[in-house]
Design a binder for this molecule. Structure first.
Ligand code: AMP
Ligand code: MG
Length: 487
């Protein structure tokens, strides 16, 4: 069971030298696997026994050089908190190579936390255990929720010290995506006044990811339209599930509309549109309610970076569709959460009134929607379990009456609707306090909760009655949790 079955290529490494710097990972001391995502291993066609072997860990850690790896750190730039930073790049991630599956899908394999690169700036190239755990779990959570995201194959711990506010242990995350190209990858070449390289990158992305567009006269425009659509739909999904990314800088925006670079992200507990999950985001630029607007702002920065290959007016026209795509998708998802079939003005009012009620009554977003499946639409039902989540019960009753009328109008029935709603309203999300429990245990060498949480997050719509405690609202101590960019 050596590396026989593994075949790696690296098409990114075939781009001109301007795109990357070849960099070997710097091995961590005593690097050992703490969790493997079998689902990810399976779709990559990797044998899970092999993934858990010392060989594989040594390859990923850079202890041994795999003959087919061609490791590199890619360069990119980006608008960080609204300000252009001309050079960023993989400061602590290394693209090891690509795996092509039997289904002919190609996945880039990256190690995150693998040491210094030419783009590390003042950083140490490492990732601490706590941030690695957060990205590992959240990648699974996103997949379970059906939200496009990079995936995490496995996570390794080590005895290497790293220095943040305190001394911590370094860890390593192995993550995959069809492509890790970011909006900022295009910005880098645009602001370097290298339209030739913008074009090469666009051609590369189109050929690899959108082969149907390749060679068409308007291929760049079609590609840009796809980025707009996938970004708008991604953010609509974040909003519907209650996810805040936290650092929507253009260097963290995937060109494929994937959730990318998990840092100080957070899922809503109480419904609070003003929620700012990133402690360092003093102005609330990336507050939950601003994500859709920021997505559009970021797409404008991408349009500027592509202005040498897409006429500005065409890009502006395409951008005009963003809000429509976002709203349509969000409306669709919220209707599904409510178990409603129609999408008319009345339903829109029901959704909007509900959201303001959830906000003013500080109701837990996930618990509420999960419980709504048990709403009894028979006239006069008091729906106590749902009603009791609100402090303003009269306001809830007024809303419930409207909702009940709509259900009857749609000839809905309690049982069918409940089954359907449970497919759209997760019971389990990665609440900050759950991640915190896992982290505190892991820092003491106890990794036992990781696999439990992985199982719940991979199937968040199932009941898992034996693990109900993981569906609970945060305990009081969770209010003290502070998540910043330092990772
Ligand atoms: P982020 O906002 O975490 O996605 O990171 C922004 C930039 O900082 C990227 O270029 C990262 O590679 C870089 N970076 C973050 N943390 C580190 C670190 N510990 N060492 C080196 N570079 C880092
Ligand atoms: Mg980043």
């Amino acid at each position: 069971m050596k590396s026989m079955a593994l075949r790696f290529t690296n098409s990114f490494a075939c781009l001109p030298d301007n795109f990357f710097v070849r960099t070997d990972p710097e091995p961590l001391d005593d690097c050992h696997l703490i969790d493997l995502n079998n689902k990810v291993a399976d779709f990559l066609g990797l044998n899970s026994g092999f993934c858990q072997s010392a060989y594989f860990v040594d390859y990923l850690n850079g202890q041994q050089k795999h003959p087919e790896f061609d490791p590199l750190a890619a360069v990119y730039a980006g608008h960080q908190f609204g300000h252009y930073v001309p050079q960023l790049g993989d400061g602590r991630a290394i693209l090891l190579g690509e795996i092509t599956t039997d289904a002919n899908q190609t996945w880039e394999l990256q190690s995150k936390g693998s040491g210094l690169t030419q783009f590390s700036r003042s950083g140490d190239g490492r990732a601490v255990l706590r941030s690695t755990i957060r990205e590992y779990l959240c990648s699974t959570a996103m997949d379970g929720l059906g939200i496009p995201s990079t995936h995490a194959l496995c996570m390794m711990a080590s005895s290497t010290d790293v220095y943040r506010e305190r001394v911590e242990k370094a860890a390593l995350l192995i993550r995959i995506a069809p492509s890790f190209v970011r909006f900022g990858s295009f910005e880098y070449f645009h602001y370097q006044s290298r339209p030739d390289l913008v074009k090469i990158l666009a051609d590369y992305v189109i050929k690899q990811q959108y082969p149907a567009f390749f060679g068409k006269v308007n291929s760049y425009f079609l590609f840009f339209q796809e980025v707009i659509r996938s970004t708008a739909e991604l953010i609509a999904k974040w909003q519907a599930v209650g996810f805040a990314h936290g650092v929507m800088n253009t260097d963290n925006m995937s060109i494929l509309g994937l959730t990318l670079d998990f840092g100080p992200f957070g899922f809503l507990d109480e419904y609070n549109p003003d929620y700012i999950c990133n402690h360092s985001d003093h102005s609330g630029r990336y507050a939950f309610k601003r994500q859709a607007t920021i997505g559009l702002w970021n797409l404008h920065r991408l349009a500027e970076a592509l202005c040498s290959i897409i006429p500005m007016q065409q890009a502006i026209d395409a951008l005009a569709d963003y809000e429509k795509i976002f709203s349509r998708h969000f409306f669709q998802l919220m209707g599904e959460k409510l178990g409603l079939k129609e999408r008319d003005k009345e339903v829109l009012t029901i959704i909007n009134q509900l959201l303001s009620l959830l906000e003013s009554n500080r109701v837990d977003y996930t618990v509420f929607f999960r419980s709504l499946a048990s709403f009894d639409q028979a006239a006069g039902s008091s729906n106590l379990l749902i009603r009791n989540q609100f402090t303003d019960r009269d306001a809830f009753d007024a809303w419930a009456e409207k909702y009940q009328r709509q259900l009857v109008k749609e000839s809905s029935d309690n049982r069918t609707r409940a089954l359907l709603m449970n497919l759209h309203n997760p019971k389990y999300i990665l609440r900050n306090y759950l991640a915190q429990i896992v982290i505190e245990k892991a820092e003491r060498g106890d990794y036992s909760v990781i696999s439990i949480l992985q199982k719940l997050l991979q199937n968040p719509f199932d009941e898992h009655l034996e693990h109900e405690e993981y569906a609970q609202t945060p305990p009081d101590w969770a209010k003290e949790i502070v998540i910043s960019c330092s990772s």
